[in-house]
Design a protein around this ligand. Structure first.
Ligand SMILES: C[S@@+](CC[C@H](N)C(=O)[O-])C[C@H]1O[C@@H](n2cnc3c(N)ncnc32)[C@H](O)[C@@H]1O
Length: 415
């Protein structure tokens, strides 16, 4: 029986094929593969290519020098079910999803398409400046590989429903076809940003969401020092499931921060019956966004002792005279900010700087954002002089973060 698991060597060869194709527009020949990897004979190349073909990554037509055809997602489900599916495989699946499915959309842009590697996430990080590091990886895996108790706070804006950042829906968004993303029509010539529709989540999606946030909670406990806070965005439709899963994993729920923000979510009349029911909204127009506030249990008897030992356990005040408050008003990112970082879920610097600042009570430590997107949390951390680490699995957003970082961190933020 064929194992659909991929070996490290096969992953490297596959990555080489993709990178070569991206950079030259041509498929690497057997000789080029042989030379690149230093194989003594072309038989070794042939045997790896045969294995990749059996596992559904490529298709070859025998006898031609440059005959490999990428097979995109073929056999994906079977590979997924493989008992031997390991970390390398999962990364490779992500990689193939990102690099191959939307390949036609990406071809115009040269990219840094180095594949994610399995070990030492911090060692593979890109430095965005003296304080901020960005890792290209799956966040759950990277948090498993990170050193225990190595960060002092987590501030993050995860994929709320997961499905919106799955390869399929995300590729549709990039192609302008929507999928789970609602692409609003232009209003008075003004283009509005797409919003994901979370009402479409079914029981299996919700089950996956609960498991995902439970794992995230467990990993937050792993990487945070005692007393470290997790501040995590959600959506009113999904926050109950996400937040209770994180709490079940062992993080202490300490409250919620309400961001007052007007969006285009909800408020519509019944579809197709707008005139028949002019006084009805199916759902309220959303004017707020919940951020869960969690803390890893203290290791010391009191907050004072925890602050002394770890520098954590409390929230930093905006000023000596003012406590941190749990209602913050902040409109969506616009103008220069959105132009610099056109991520579909960009969070504004104004909000992130308030949250990131509060997350380290002594103004010292490392803030982690496992769903870094355009790197906005890292930029906010650098703007206020904090160290930070971001994790992002999408190569396009890694590139965006590299480009947008200086602009975002230098943005003057309105009071
Ligand atoms: C809601 S967006 C965050 C946007 C960010 N707040 C910003 O301002 O740009 C979530 C991000 O997490 C990334 N992502 C989703 N699942 C991931 C995973 N398992 N590991 C790493 N990144 C992931 C997505 O590619 C997306 O960029």
């Amino acid at each position: 029986m064929i194992s659909y698991a991929i070996t490290d060597r096969q992953r490297e060869i596959m990555s080489f094929l993709v990178v070569h194709h991206e950079e030259t527009g041509m498929i690497a020949s057997v000789r080029e593969i042989q030379k690149h990897f230093g194989f003594s004979s072309s038989n070794a190349v042939a045997s790896h290519l045969r294995a990749l073909e059996q596992k559904g990554f490529i298709k070859r037509s025998i006898g031609k020098a440059r005959s490999i055809v990428f097979l995109l997602g073929a056999n994906r489900e079977r590979r997924k079910e493989s008992a031997a599916l390991n970390h390398t495989n999962r990364l490779m699946e992500e990689y193939v999803d990102q690099m191959l499915l939307p390949i036609s959309a990406q071809r115009t842009e040269k990219r840094d398409v180095k594949p994610p590697l399995a070990q030492n996430p911090i060692e593979q990080a890109i430095s965005l400046d003296r304080l901020a590091k960005l890792i290209h990886a799956d966040s759950l895996q990277a948090m498993r590989d990170m050193e225990e108790q190595s960060v002092h706070a987590i501030v993050t804006d995860p994929p709320y429903g997961l499905i919106e950042y799955d390869a399929g829906n995300h590729a549709k968004l990039r192609e302008g076809r929507g999928g789970v993303w609602r692409i609003p029509p232009k209003l008075n010539g003004v283009e509005r940003s797409p919003l994901p529709r979370f009402t479409v989540l079914g029981p299996a999606d919700r089950d996956r969401l609960v498991k995902f946030f439970h794992s995230l909670g467990e990993l937050a406990l792993r990487v945070l020092v005692p007393g470290g806070h997790l501040i995590i965005a959600s959506n009113p439709l999904l926050s109950t499931s996400a937040f209770s899963s994180i709490a079940e994993a062992g993080m202490e729920k300490r409250g919620e921060i309400i961001r007052l923000v007007s969006t285009l979510r909800g408020g519509d009349r019944p579809k197709g019956a707008e005139d028949a029911f002019p006084e009805v909204s199916v759902m309220p127009r959303s004017c707020w966004e919940p951020w869960g506030l969690f803390r890893k249990p203290l290791s010391e008897r009191t907050v004072k002792l925890n602050l002394e030992r770890w520098g954590t356990g409390a929230l930093r005040r905006p000023s000596r005279d003012e406590p941190f408050k749990d209602v913050l008003e902040c409109s969506p990112a616009r103008g220069a900010e959105r132009e610099a970082a056109p991520h579909p879920s960009i969070k504004p610097q104004k909000l992130l700087r308030m949250l990131v600042r509060a997350s380290l009570p002594m103004g010292k430590g490392v803030v982690l954002d496992p769903f870094a997107g355009s790197g906005s949390t890292l930029a906010a951390a650098s703007a206020i002089g904090y160290e930070s680490i971001g994790i992002e699995r999408d190569l396009g957003y890694i590139e965006m973060a590299k480009r947008a970082f200086v602009t975002l961190k230098s943005l003057p933020v309105p009071a």
